[in-house]
Design a protein around this ligand. Structure first.
Ligand SMILES: [Fe+2]
Length: 178
């Protein structure tokens, strides 16, 4: 039997109950790669026939984490942003996502100076881990699809994005960016 969404949910619950910190999350990241190796799951959830948009596949009422399918239509390049007090895991399903990780090296509440610390591509089957407060920006081509697991519903927490030209720090509105 291929590793499916129900098993991934059960394993994620078990891992986060055992250890909600970085070690438990790393286990979730590794399991997400296993789920993405399930071709039926990817075809059914993220295939060309699946309607575009954002789909909540699962929300855990007890632990608060969410599993989201991002079925993108058009290419997009996001500004650098964080996920507030939550962690996030990005697992590539189709096409690719180019990731840049950033660190704040100066500024204040309204302005920030960012330094690039890592740049890499997530290809299908690969998942990246972004711990609480981590800043990243993403870029993907038309029709790229990914599964994202977040520690909580990001619509309910404060998050910021950064304007690279001006250095301005902006509060993010719900579902504004990923
Ligand atoms: Fe993000």
């Amino acid at each position: 039997m291929a590793y499916d969404l129900d098993q991934f949910i059960a394993d994620t619950r078990a891992a986060l109950k055992r250890d909600p910190g970085p070690a438990g999350r790393e286990e979730v990241r590794a399991r997400l790669e296993r789920l993405l190796a399930n071709e039926d799951f990817v075809a059914r959830t993220c295939g060309e026939d699946a309607p575009t948009g954002l789909k909540v596949l699962y929300e855990d009422k007890e632990l608060g984490f969410q599993i989201l399918a991002h079925l993108n239509d058009k290419a997009r390049k996001s500004p650098p942003h964080d996920h507030g007090a939550s962690w996030a895991i990005y697992g590539q399903a189709t096409k690719y996502t180019d990731m840049i990780e950033w660190e704040r090296v100066g500024g204040d509440d309204k302005h920030a100076e960012l330094k690039e610390t890592a740049r890499y591509r997530l290809s299908p089957g690969q998942a990246g881990m972004y711990q609480d407060g981590k800043i990243h920006s993403i870029a993907y081509p038309d029709r790229a699809r990914f599964i994202r697991v977040t520690g909580t519903n990001l619509d309910n927490i404060q998050r910021v994005r950064f304007d690279l030209q001006t250095g301005e720090v902006h509060q993010m509105t719900p579902q504004q960016a990923t």
